[in-house]
Design a protein around this ligand. Structure first.
Ligand SMILES: Cc1cc2nc3c(=O)[nH]c(=O)nc-3n(C[C@H](O)[C@H](O)[C@H](O)COP(=O)(O)OP(=O)(O)OC[C@H]3O[C@@H](n4cnc5c(N)ncnc54)[C@H](O)[C@@H]3O)c2cc1C
Length: 421
């Protein structure tokens, strides 16, 4: 099977690259083994949240200009970054995902543990704070689902108590009670499958009653509402009489999963081939250092061929990078890696400090071409968290790096793409 571009990995970077290329008329295949980091996503995307001293950043676009040359954003360049950033919300809106936020002004998101983190874009309906602890004036009602243990209302109350008086209440529904018979069924995605149709109306009525009882001015509830059929999350917000904000839960993330599935469906709807649940096992590289084809577990001896390849296989959590006792490696191509030689340097003894393994990854040149034993592979690009050059956790830049490297690489591929259609 022959493609213009084949992408290894269907997380956010693989899908953003795939959609960009497909929209421009390319024949694109994405091969993706399984879960991506989106399944753990908070519902918010980070662009650049912390400077090198750990201070919160207000204007990420401005702060990007001070990053070292090795950072992926510096490789893209400040002017190109700014132009691409202006397109991101429309890009996701075309796919059916509404994001709110501003690249010139971070807002804050709340974590399930009640900490505040700077964020760039948040899914529509998620709690967005203009400063830590300030969501709304007045009393806040925190509503949990009875028996749901992946959301901690007390932590949220503690986080907000400097600004708001908070009341905590629980709601349920006969259909949710059925899930509660097995504790393992009370997972965010299972609950979201139940909160559709008339259940939305019933839950809205319960929340409205609690608003009456507590005199609340705003409501926070766990992000367990959302379905691919219709928009129960938006409907519930409409039916509740005060502003309703969703707060992230422990994984699996309902918002993140919907982003993943929505992007995948959109990619397929514009003609992309998505090989779901297949794993790229090996690649053939010719004497000129060009990738000719890749092989997957499911397709066996049938090669997948393309003019260009994008490695978007993620970091350790997605097995895009592997760590053995001796070294960190990239398992498909054996690409050169940027990581400390000495294993003892991978981590710091202080759990809250920066750990060097977090910025380890595939070494790339300024066009995101990786290399094998120092020799660049010209028709291969590394996008997203598989590549080195930043510590997404310390600097709060995960989704930003994934989205913007993918967009940049796709646009570079398109510059040399000639279609005869
Ligand atoms: C737990 C966790 C939570 C995070 N939360 C946030 C957040 O809330 N906000 C934020 O901005 N950032 C967050 N991040 C940062 C995150 O890394 C990036 O946001 C981004 O999602 C990374 O996307 P990616 O496409 O590069 O990689 P991934 O999302 O990791 O996707 C890689 C994909 O490649 C597939 N793959 C791997 N190897 C192969 C192979 N051989 N063959 C085929 N497929 C393969 C994997 O199955 C996976 O689907 C989080 C990261 C983690 C680990």
């Amino acid at each position: 099977m022959k493609y213009d571009t084949i992408i290894i990995g269907g997380g956010i970077s693989g899908l953003v690259a795939g959609i960009t290329l497909c929209s421009a008329g390319q024949k694109v295949g994405i091969v993706s083994s399984g879960q991506s980091a989106l399944h753990f996503n908070s519902g918010s995307m980070e662009l650049l949240g912390h400077d090198s001293r750990g201070n919160d950043i207000d204007d990420p676009c401005e702060a990007i200009k001070n990053l070292p040359p090795s950072h992926p954003y510096s490789k893209i360049g400040a002017a190109t970054m700014e132009a691409m950033l202006a397109d991101v919300k429309d890009f996701f809106a075309r796919a059916g995902i509404r994001l709110c936020g501003d690249e010139h002004h971070n807002h804050y998101r709340i974590t399930p543990m009640g900490a505040f983190r700077p964020a760039w874009l948040s899914l529509d309906g998620y709690a967005m704070f203009d400063r830590p602890a300030h969501l709304a004036d007045g009393t806040i009602l925190i509503v949990n689902i009875k028996g749901f243990i992946d959301f901690y209302p007390e932590f949220i109350r503690h986080a907000l108590e400097s600004t708001n008086y908070c009341e905590i209440r629980e709601i349920s529904h006969p259909k949710i009670e059925r899930l509660r018979k097995s504790a393992s069924e009370m997972r965010p995605t299972n609950i979201s499958a139940v909160i559709t149709g008339d259940v939305v109306k019933d839950i809205a009525a319960d929340i409205n009653m609690l608003i009456e009882q507590t005199g609340a001015d705003a409501v926070i509830m766990p992000a367990v509402v959302g379905s691919l059929n219709g928009h129960p999350d938006a409907e519930l917000r409409q039916r509740v009489n005060k502003p309703l904000h969703y707060a992230p839960t422990m994984p699996i993330s309902v918002g993140g999963m919907h982003m993943q599935i929505t992007l995948r469906q959109y990619f397929r709807s514009i003609g992309g081939d998505y090989f779901l649940g297949d794993t790229v096992s090996s690649a053939v590289i010719d004497d000129n250092g060009h990738v000719c084809s890749i092989f997957t577990d499911n397709l066996g001896d049938t090669p997948l061929e393309a003019d260009d390849f994008i490695l978007a296989s993620g970091s350790f959590i997605s097995h895009g990078l592997l760590a053995t006792y001796e070294k960190i490696c990239e398992p498909i191509f054996g690409l050169d890696i940027e990581a400390p030689e000495n294993r003892a340097d991978w981590c710091s003894a202080d759990i809250y400090a920066a750990h060097q393994y977090m910025s380890a990854g595939v070494a790339t040149d300024n066009m995101f071409h990786p290399s094998i034993q120092g020799r660049p592979v010209r028709n291969l690009f590394a996008a997203g968290s598989v590549a080195s050059g930043c510590d997404p956790l310390q600097e709060q830049s995960g989704a930003g790096v994934a989205i913007l490297t993918a967009m940049f690489i796709a646009r570079e591929i398109l510059k040399s793409y000639r279609h005869d259609i």
